[in-house]
Design a protein around this ligand. Sequence first.
Ligand code: SF4
Length: 63
Amino acid sequence: MRVVVNTSTCVGGGQCASSAETVFTQDDQGLVVLLKADVQGEEAEAARLAAFLCPSRSITVEE
Ligand code: SF4
């Protein structure tokens, strides 16, 4: 599964990094930084949850 983030719509907060800490982190301003674009298994499940939880719909997952 492939993960894509849109930093131009990210509003910070870090729900993504909290729910999938090996896939997402945050920069100094709190904006999302993608650590890993191609994920499988538990990381894919965590990335799906992060996409669901993101308040600004800044995370897209492509199967
Ligand atoms: S959950 Fe969404 S809005 Fe919040 S930091 Fe992550 S990508 Fe940005």
